[in-house]
Design a protein around this ligand. Structure first.
Ligand SMILES: Cc1cc2nc3c(=O)[nH]c(=O)nc-3n(C[C@H](O)[C@H](O)[C@H](O)COP(=O)(O)O)c2cc1C
Length: 333
């Protein structure tokens, strides 16, 4: 396997370990909905569906970016793709860089002909001739949008990571201007705050996936892979670098009310999804919680989706919210 493919396989193995999940959580437990013991609605009448990129989704969450091209990736992608097709939930691919560089077929559409699929590339790959790469990523899976991920801390910890970020914003702006599909910019677990969100908005980006602190810790995973004693000492203070998802969502929403937000980073169940929606997110994303089901089978992924949907439905019932619009106004402490 090449370096990138080995790295991806390591990431999958390590991301399954609880030691690489933030020990503090994403702050969701600090937020309680005011219980409504008089819901005045019927559970069966609750409507979870929403709109995402001009299409209907059965619930306001997507499967977050994980795999794009490693040995296990094909099987994982198949399970995820078949499940999202069956459940009308969008699927974000992991970085397609390795697959594109090696000419690996990424024919996800054979398993998910009508699902919303989101392409994925790292922002540093878009600095030079980025537009061509972005077009290839989108065309290779006939994606509905391109996700560009920002991961400066992860790049610092990786031995050969990208250290020159001078032209990253220009690369994003160029894609936002010239690509025919929408751009979504995300972090990978440290979060995007209001200052960066404003710059991205000015660069023509309409969607931000917050990916705040509280879930999978990339600093922890990368150090576990190949940290020397010296690198560990340098990186130690940055293990919990970033801001909690629950703090970032309202901050970005207030600073840039016209931006569409995807709440992510440590979202672990349907109650967290509801909290993100209440804090201003249009959609939410969960990555690591889908990893074990994706390694198992399509049915396991479908089960996970339906459990999340049911937990969201319960939250809506218990707050007396019949629709997602009602949930956005539910009392929250
Ligand atoms: C195994 C694994 C691989 C990932 N690979 C990518 C990737 O290639 N591109 C990307 O944008 N994010 C990637 N991520 C980051 C997730 O999309 C997400 O932002 C982050 O894990 C926080 O969400 P979580 O707490 O729900 O896991 C990966 C996450 C996991 C667990």
């Amino acid at each position: 396997m090449t370096d990138i493919r080995t790295r991806k396989a390591d990431h999958i193995e390590l991301a399954l370990k609880s030691m690489h999940q933030s020990q503090q959580g994403a702050g969701f437990d600090r937020l309680s909905f005011e219980p409504n013991p008089l819901p005045q609605i019927a559970l069966n009448d609750i409507e979870l569906h929403g709109d995402f990129l001009g299409q209907t989704v059965s619930a306001p969450f997507l499967i977050g970016a994980m795999t794009g091209g490693c040995e296990n990736g094909e099987l994982i992608n198949r399970h995820l793709a078949e499940a999202v097709e069956a459940c009308q939930i969008p699927l974000a691919l992991g970085s397609q860089r390795a697959a594109l560089e090696q000419g690996v077929q990424q024919d996800l559409r054979r398993w998910a002909p009508s699902a919303i699929l989101l392409s994925n590339l790292g922002a540093t790959q878009l600095q030079q001739s980025g537009l061509d790469l972005a077009k290839q990523a989108v065309e290779s899976v006939q994606a509905n949008a391109l996700i560009i991920h920002l991961n400066p801390l992860q790049e610092l910890i990786q031995p050969n990571g990208d250290r020159d970020w001078n032209l990253v914003l220009e690369g994003i702006e160029n894609c936002a201007d010239k690509l025919e599909v929408p751009i979504i910019v995300k972090e990978v677990g440290s979060g995007i705050g209001p200052s960066s969100a404003k710059k991205l908005m000015d660069a023509g980006v309409n969607w931000i996936e917050v990916a705040g602190r509280g879930g999978t810790s990339w600093a922890s995973i990368e150090l576990d892979r190949n940290g020397s004693e010296r690198e560990r000492e340098i990186a130690a203070p940055f293990i919990d670098w970033g801001m909690d998802t629950v703090d970032l969502l309202p901050a970005v929403h207030n600073a840039c009310p016209s931006l569409e937000l995807i709440g992510s980073g440590g979202v672990r169940h349907g109650l967290d999804i509801a909290r993100c929606i209440r804090l201003g997110a249009t959609m939410t994303a969960l990555a690591q919680p889908f990893l074990a089901p994706a390694l198992e089978s399509t049915e396991a992924v479908i089960d996970k989706i339906s459990i999340l949907q049911e937990q969201l439905r319960w939250t809506m019932f218990l707050t007396g919210s019949q629709t997602l619009t009602d949930l956005r106004h539910a009392a929250l402490q």
